[in-house]
Design a protein around this ligand. Structure first.
Ligand code: ATP
Length: 319
């Protein structure tokens, strides 16, 4: 459903440029529920805002279904935001009107778009477990309940894609868990694709896949092997955490073979700037330049790193 390739976002202020996304690649399947994690400033919200049509990419490719986010006209962008995506932020105040009831809040975006569908609004509030609070004003609801109203609002336009930026960031862990369970149900029952940006590592337990972004590029991803897997693995993006043994960890390669080596590995190897690369026929071994790497086996037919021909031992590119 979502395909980003070589996605670049540069923010320009008076005299500085910030490259928030540096050629990011990511594919998200229709009906997937996944999380994006990463340190502060790594580009998570920038990516989400681009996918939500709130911000324009600077270069590269970003496609959601039939919508090309780089080439859309203003009118198409408005239609995309109205019909295709639903957004959920950490800060409820952005989505909600305090003096209206929960039901009125869900109906409001429907009204703005033409006509309120009360039956559907009620269905959504029931789906998020607020059937008994539909008539309550927002000010009478707890933070977690308000966040559930925000989820119902995000679904009011029947979006194919829901983007959630730190949806559990301002609620306690029990409420956070409830919210993720609601996401899972909506994903399963309505087939909505859900992308969650978060610092909250417990989210990983509830999604199909976790992708880590580092410095505006995808670096590592964990794919769940089984539905109820606990969390495992170590990575610099997941400090001190363990993603369960039922998650499989991958490093992400782009189309031309570039990858990000997790910083913990680089630090452990003491590699900075340059490394030595060897291929043993099955695996690539990377090490610091001053450490002798095991002799290379089974490399017949493989090109050497500097473009030479291993068969005749030459590395003269002019041939
Ligand atoms: N409107 C903007 N103008 C200038 N720079 C920006 C703007 N928005 C984001 N940035 C910069 O782009 C980089 C990525 O920011 P982004 O908000 O996407 O990171 P993030 O991973 O979501 O961080 P956090 O977890 O702290 O929200 C940061 O260096 C940030 O300062």
């Amino acid at each position: 459903m979502i395909h980003c390739e070589g996605l670049v976002k540069i923010f320009k202020t008076d005299d500085i440029e910030v490259v928030a996304l540096q050629g990011l690649n990511m594919t998200i399947g229709q009906g997937e529920m996944m999380a994006i994690i990463g340190n502060s400033g790594s580009g998570k919200s920038t990516l989400l805002n681009i996918l939500g049509g709130l911000d324009r990419p600077s270069a590269g490719q970003a496609v959601v279904g039939k919508w090309d986010l780089l080439k859309m006209t203003k009118e198409q962008l408005i239609e995309y935001k109205r019909k295709i995506v639903g957004f959920i932020w950490q800060n409820n105040a952005r989505n909600l009107v305090p003096y209206l009831t929960a039901l009125q809040n869900v109906e409001l975006p429907m009204l703005i778009q033409g006509k309120a569908d009360r039956a559907y609004a009620k269905q959504l509030l029931t789906a998020v477990g607020l059937e008994h609070r539909m008539g309550s004003r927002l000010t009478q609801l707890s933070g977690g309940e308000q966040q559930r109203v925000a989820i119902a609002i995000a679904l009011s336009n029947r979006p194919q894609l829901v983007l959630a930026d730190e949806p559990t960031g301002s609620v306690d862990s029990a409420t956070g868990e409830q919210i993720l369970d609601i996401f899972r149900r909506l994903n399963r029952d309505m087939g909505v694709t859900i992308v969650i940006v978060t610092h909250d590592l417990s989210v990983a337990d509830k999604v199909d896949r976790v992708v880590a972004i580092r410095d505006g590029l995808t670096s590592t991803e964990w794919v769940k092997r089984e539905a109820d897997a606990a969390l495992i693995a170590n990575s610099d993006e997941v400090p001190g955490s363990a993603f369960g043994a039922k998650h499989e960890e991958f490093v992400v390669l782009d189309r031309v073979g570039r990858l990000q080596i997790p910083k913990v590995y680089l630090d452990a190897m003491n590699v900075d700037g340059k490394a030595v690369l060897e291929f043993d026929g099955k695996r690539v071994i990377i090490g610091p330049p001053d450490v002798a790497v095991e002799p290379v086996r089974d490399t017949a037919g493989l090109p050497s790193l500097n473009g030479g021909d291993p068969a005749n031992g030459t590395n003269d590119e002019s041939g």
